[in-house]
Every structure is written in C-alpha cells, then in structure tokens.
Ligand binder design. Structure first.
Ligand SMILES: [Fe+2]
Length: 573
C-alpha cells in the first residue's frame, strides 16, 4: 500500500511516500525551485517521490493532506464573525485545497480521472505529532507539538501508544509560542520567513534584562497551556496567514505598538545590532525556555512516559531541546529532521496508515536523514567534464583520507555524497566541512563562502562515541537538533564551532547512519587527535545544493578549496 503525503499551499511545501508504513522518499520542494521555504504545490517533490518508489500516481492507494477544514470549526466561525476579512482568507485557502487533486494530476501528467487514490485530510498538529511518533523507535511516548499556527492550533499534547495517537489537550488561536517568537524576530529586524534560528544564535550575546516584560508578553501558569497578552500582537485582528509570491512565503506583521512602547523602536533589517537587541533576543529565548521546560515537566507528570516525541517549528530551537533532557525527567527525546511543516508530509501519511486505517505499527524507525535525491556517478562525472575541472577518482578509504588531510591543512571542502538530507540541516551528504581547531575558520567561512551574519555559529559534527568526552551531555543528536555545552577543557581545541556561550549545536555521527561521513571524521581524528569537524550546509544564501551541477557551480562561484563529489576529488589550483 503506497501512501503519498503532500504538504501543499503552505511554506516548506514537501512530499513523502511510504510503502506499508515504511518511508521510501521525502523531499522539500525548495530543493528543486531554489527558493527557500517554497510554498505552493510541491510538483517536483511529488514527481521525485514517485520516481524513487518506482511507481506511477495510478499505483498510489491514498493521498494524505495535512490540513483539516473541520478542525476547530466553532473557533474559526467565532473569529470569522469577529474579524473583518478573516472569513474571506479562510475561503481562499480552502479553494486551493479543493483543487488539490487537479494540481496533482497536472504535476503527474495525467487526468484527474486517472488518479484512483482516496484523499484524506489530517489535522495539521496531528500530522506534526505523527511525524515524530511514527518515525521514532518508541511504542509508548508522550507527544508535544509547538508551532506558529496550523488548523487554528499552536500546540497539542498527548501520548502515542503502538499504532494510535491520542490528543489530550491543545492551545488554540490566537495564543501561540511560535508566533510569539516570530513577532519578536520581526521586531528585531529579522523579517524573512524562517529567520527564528538566527535570533536563537543571537541570544547568547545578551542578558535576559527584559524578562519581566517578556513574562507579561506571554503568560504561563505551570499548566499545559500558555496565553499571549494580545496587546503586544496584531495577528488576532489581521490574521497570521502566510501568503506567497513566486513561491516565497511572506509573513504579515505580527507585533503591535505596545512592544515599541515597552522596548523602544523596532530595529530596521540593515541597522547595526546593539547590546539592547542582544538583550531582547536573550529575554525572548529565556522566556521560551521557561515555558517549554514547564510544559515538558507537566507533560511528564501527566503521561508518565520516559520518552518524548516532539515536533513543530518550535522544535527547531535546539537550545531548548538540549535543556528538555537536562531539566525534565524525560530520558529519551525524538525529533525527526524536518520537525517543521515540511515534516507534515510524512506525518499525514504515517497517521493515515497507522491510526486511521488501523494497520499495526510498522518496524520503521527514521535513524538517518537521507531520503532525498541521489545522482549517479555517471551524471556527476558528466557534470565535472562539462565544468572543465580536473578530477581524480578515488575509493572511499582514499577519498576520506585525502579530504581529511586537506581539512587538517586548512582547506574548506565541499562534501557531496549519496542522497540529500530531509530537513533543513546538512548532515554530511550536502555539507561544507572545515577544521574546527582554527579560531579564524568562522570568519574565513563567512567571508569566502557563506556571506551570512557574523554572529551566527557554525556547527560541529562529532564521532558519536566521543560525545561524552567533548560535551556536557551525551544523548545522541544525529539530526543536529541539540545544543550542549562544550566541556570547558575542550573549548580551546574546537574554537571554530563553539558559540560565544561555550555551546555547540552538534551532530553525532556513527557508522550506521552515515558510513562515508563517519570515515571522513575518523580519518581527521587520526591525523589531528580531534574527533570533530565543522559542518555547514553546502549553499550560499540559497537552498542546499541538490544536483551535481549546482554543487559544482557553488564550488566554482565561492572560494572552496576542495570538492569531494561522489568518488571524485577536485582541488582548486
Ligand atoms: Fe506547523
């Protein structure tokens, strides 16, 4: 039984396909359109998933769409009556969803009548929860989702048991921790959809001086709920629907003049960052942590489970994630790599298979992130030949050794291998890799390749077995979703990926989740005694490179020194 999951008409449009409950392929549309967070219909992603499964759309039994019109209907009607323009926006959204079968037919080059699949609509947050639970190794787990808004909710909690997922409570529009974070990001001049992770990186430069104000902005009474003080926001009046232009998602303005009254004028996007802005970012993050840790502790009490499956855009806040493990009794946490809305494609499909259709829990566990497109060695070689670059073919061992030597000599290396990563993090298949021992490497990477804000940290990839020696916490983090403190006596060994507060957003690597990348770091460890490399995504202010042509173009355009693409080694002369 093939089920196609489609996250459409929303940012991070994506598709995923499962066969008898097991994932075969998943990818975000942005990798093909080359527009970050692409919204709209994921035609390219759907075609890739079908191709990877080796089937046609006619072979698909069900299509799962993570959006449900009937969810919170009374609440929607209440706000539609109260707020001008609200009902019209809802109607517009639903007009798009009612023609989803037509768009699917067009994407697949067939007629609507050719598609035999049944269409099922799964509530947004239920799909988030399912994306974590059914990909996790746990048969019994607490469940938490947190995001901006989806189907009028911003949080659900409950538990998963075997093939069933039970929602016990929820927080509804207009209250939202995700919108709280996004609103303050906008106030700080970070206006692009998805900029929240930048502000998370900014927070350690400041002190939570404004925590009293932030405790007024969002209230939490130790229960499994929170409330925004709406005086500080506008979305309850104007709506928080994301629109998009040429695929690029756009957020409406979310904060009100009350924020300016209490914190001063908002920062313009190009204005220099000052201590005041750092302190606001720190206060924002501090308040988020207080509330989520409170919620997680309460959730543990209510469910009694040792494991937590966690999803939604807020689950990308890896600083909070690390603290959930150290400041609550939860012993296990599972966050799949596409914790945000892209992950809904998998969640919708997995929920339909298990919970709705009643199939017994599949043995599938997502323990690696490599579910995207792969290109053959022949195609890679053709791309290299047409680029005019000189290359040498190597076996895996020689390639790992040669690249590790180059990294230890200070080279910046493009590392393009196998299937691309699902989710926003490069995890050793579409990565740029560098020497963590060189303090200047952060600035070099920024000036030569990435051209991004200099306050943002780079991440360490570490051989999993060395985690406890190098970090204060050792719970595995294969999808780079945990931030831990680097051990004090190790900070000077790896200055490049250590943030200003001594933390690192680490990826733990083992031989079973990525053998080639493991081998590379192991070689680097043998040469230098350091089991860590700097890992940043293979891109330059664009979605992560997808095809060999894009990787080679990026290598030639930027100032990378070395490229390891498939079995081919290229050194810039
Ligand atoms: Fe969401």
């Amino acid at each position: 039984m093939y089920i196609l999951g489609i996250n459409a008409y929303h940012a991070d449009a994506s598709a995923a396909i499962i066969f008898n409950g097991k994932l075969i392929a998943a990818v975000e549309e942005e990798r093909f359109t080359r527009i970050k967070h692409t919204a709209g219909f994921p035609s390219n992603a759907v075609r890739y998933c079908l191709q990877q499964a080796g089937i046609k759309i006619q072979d698909v039994s069900y299509v799962a769409i993570p959006r449900k019109r009937s969810a919170q209907l009374l609440r929607k009607l209440f706000w539609a009556v109260r707020t001008p323009g609200f009902a019209m926006r809802r109607v517009n959204v639903w007009q798009k969803f009612s023609s989803v079968d037509e768009e699917l037919a067009i994407a697949c080059g067939v007629t609507k009548a050719d598609i035999k699949a049944e269409f099922h609509f799964v509530e947004h947050h239920v799909a988030h929860a399912a994306s974590a639970f059914y990909c996790s190794p746990y048969l019994d787990s607490a469940i938490l989702t947190l995001d901006g808004l989806g189907d009028f909710s911003s949080m659900i909690w409950g538990n998963g048991l075997g093939n069933k997922l039970n929602v016990a409570g929820r927080t509804l529009f207009p209250h939202s921790l995700g919108l709280y974070y996004s609103a303050i990001c906008q106030y700080l001049g970070f206006n692009n959809y998805g900029d929240e992770y930048k502000v998370m990186g900014l927070a350690p430069y400041g002190k939570p001086k404004y925590i009293d104000t932030f405790r007024n902005i969002v209230h939490h009474n130790k229960e499994l709920n929170y409330n925004l003080d709406l005086e500080y926001f506008t979305h309850h009046k104007s709506g928080a629907d994301i629109s998009w232009r040429a695929g690029k998602p756009l957020m409406p303005k979310l904060f009100s003049t009350a924020l300016e009254r209490d914190l001063g004028p908002p920062r313009l996007p190009n204005e220099p960052l000052k201590a005041h802005h750092y302190d606001i970012a720190s206060s924002l993050q501090f308040r988020l942590e207080e509330i989520i840790i409170g919620i997680a502790n309460e959730l543990y009490e209510r469910t009694g489970s040792n494991s937590l499956c966690y999803a939604g855009g807020v689950a990308f806040n890896c600083v909070v994630n690390g603290k959930i493990l150290s400041q609550t009794p939860f012993e296990n946490i599972y966050i799949q790599p596409a914790a945000g809305d892209a992950g809904l494609a998998i969640g919708g499909a997995a929920y339909l298979y298990h919970h709705s259709l009643g199939n017994k829990r599949s043995s599938f566990v997502m323990d690696h992130a490599y579910w995207g497109p792969e290109y053959s060695e022949d195609l890679i070689r053709e791309s290299l030949v047409s680029s005019g670059l000189d290359y040498v073919e190597m076996n895996d061992d020689v390639l790992a050794r040669s690249v590790a030597e180059r990294i230890s000599e200070g080279d910046i290396v493009g590392w393009y291998q196998g299937r691309s990563e699902w989710g926003p993090r490069a995890l050793g298949n579409r990565s740029i890799v560098a020497d963590p021992r060189r303090a200047e490497m952060k600035d070099i990477l920024n000036s030569r390749i990435k051209h991004r804000e200099d306050f943002r940290p780079f991440a360490p990839s570490i051989l999993e077995e060395f985690t406890a020696e190098w970090f204060e916490q050792e719970y595995h983090s294969p999808f780079m979703q945990m931030t831990y403190q680097v051990k004090q006596n190790r900070v000077s060994d790896i200055p490049a990926p250590t943030h200003v507060d001594g933390s690192g957003r680490l990826q733990t690597v083992n031989a079973s989740n990525n053998q080639k990348y493991y081998k590379l770091i192991k070689e680097f460890h043998e040469i230098t005694g350091i089991p860590v490399v700097v890992n940043t995504s293979f891109n330059d202010n664009e979605p992560i490179v997808n095809t060999p042509d894009e990787a080679i173009a990026s290598f030639m355009r930027t100032k990378m020194d070395t490229l390891a693409i498939g079995p081919y080694f290229v050194r810039r002369k």
